[in-house]
Design a protein around this ligand. Structure first.
Ligand SMILES: [Ca+2]
Length: 275
C-alpha cells in the first residue's frame, strides 16, 4: 500500500519545513510538500487493513492528533505538536499491514518519534522509537525478499564532542527487523544503507573544507559507518590519506571508544514491548 504524506498546509513552519525537506541521512525519502495543496484540507485518512488512521485536531495548519480507528471506533490516539507522516506497510513480516506514524515535537530539527502498530483485534504498539534529530523513517524491502525492513535514522552522534549540529553526523542508518515482540538492530544484515552513508560522508571529506568542524564531522560519520561495516581500519587509512591532519586523526582515535559504545547500544532504542 502506498505511503501517504500530509499536505504542505500542515507543515508547521518554514524552519521545520526546510528541515523535513532535506533528504534523511538514513536514506529515507524526504517529506515533500505539494505546492498545489489547498489551504484547507480535509483530515487525511489512511486505510490500513481493517483500520483507518485519521489525522485531525489541526492547530493553525498542522494536524496534532492521530486517531487509530476500527469500524468507526477509536482504538488509539496519539497527540503531538505535529503528525508528520502516516503510512501502511507490513514491517512485521506476518503478511498483515502495520501502521507507521512519525510525529514531531516542534523545534528547529528535533525531535521525531516513530511508532509502529501491529493491527490485530486491537492495535499493538510494537515500536516507539525516539529518532530525535534523525527523522525520515521508511519501510523498504532492502534485500528484495518481498518483506519490508524498517529504515530508521540514528542521531546518537549528533552534537558529538564539540561539533555543532550542522557539522556532526546527526543521522546514521539503523535498519530494524521485527523479532516476535519487538524490533532488533539488523543493520549489519542490510549493509547497503550504511555503504551509502559512508560514501556520502567520504565525499564530504574530499570537498573543499568549509571549516574544521565540517571535516571532523565528515571523518567521524565515515569512520562510524565504516565501523558498523567492519571496515574501521581501512576507513582510518582512507581518512589519513585524504585529510593529512594528524590532529584530526588523534581526535578520531580519542573518539573511537565512544563510537564502539554507541555501536553496541544502537539496538537498545528499539527494544520496546508492545502495549
Ligand atoms: Ca505486519
Amino acid at each position: 500500500m502506498p505511503s501517504r504524506r500530509f499536505p504542505a498546509a500542515w507543515l508547521p513552519g518554514l524552519a521545520v519545513s526546510v528541515c523535513w525537506l532535506l533528504p534523511a541521512a538514513a536514506g529515507g525519502p524526504p517529506l515533500r510538500a505539494s505546492a498545489r495543496a489547498p489551504a484547507q484540507e480535509p483530515p487525511a485518512r489512511v486505510a490500513c487493513g481493517a483500520y483507518e488512521a485519521v489525522a485531525t485536531g489541526a492547530v493553525g495548519s498542522r494536524p496534532t492528533r492521530l486517531l487509530l480507528q476500527r469500524q468507526g471506533r477509536v482504538m488509539t490516539t496519539v497527540t503531538a505538536y505535529a503528525i508528520a507522516a502516516v503510512s501502511c506497510d507490513d514491517v512485521t513480516g506476518d503478511g498483515a499491514p502495520d501502521l507507521l506514524a512519525r510525529t514531531f515535537s516542534g523545534g528547529a530539527h528535533c525531535c521525531e518519534t516513530v511508532r509502529v502498530w501491529s493491527l490485530g483485534d486491537k492495535p499493538r504498539l510494537v515500536l516507539d522509537y525516539a529518532a530525535g534529530n534523525a527523522g525520515g523513517a521508511s519501510a523498504r524491502d532492502l534485500d528484495g525478499d518481498g518483506r519490508a525492513e524498517l529504515l530508521l535514522g540514528d542521531d546518537g552522534l549528533a552534537y558529538f564532542d564539540d561539533l555543532d549540529y550542522a557539522s556532526s553526523p546527526s543521522s546514521l542508518p539503523l535498519v530494524a527487523c521485527f523479532a516476535g515482540e519487538s524490533f532488533r538492530d539488523c543493520t549489519a544484515e542490510h549493509p547497503e544503507a550504511l555503504r551509502e552513508a559512508a560514501a556520502r560522508f567520504r565525499e564530504r571529506l574530499d570537498g573543499s573544507p568549509a571549516g574544521a568542524g565540517r571535516v571532523r564531522g565528515a571523518a567521524l560519520g565515515f569512520f562510524a559507518a565504516s565501523l558498523l561495516l567492519g571496515q574501521a581500519a581501512q576507513a582510518r587509512e582512507d581518512i589519513r590519506a585524504v585529510v593529512q591532519d594528524e590532529k584530526l586523526m588523534a581526535w578520531l582515535e580519542r573518539a573511537a571508544p565512544k563510537l564502539r559504545v554507541w555501536a553496541d547500544a544502537r539496538g537498545r532504542k528499539l527494544k520496546r514491548s508492545g502495549s
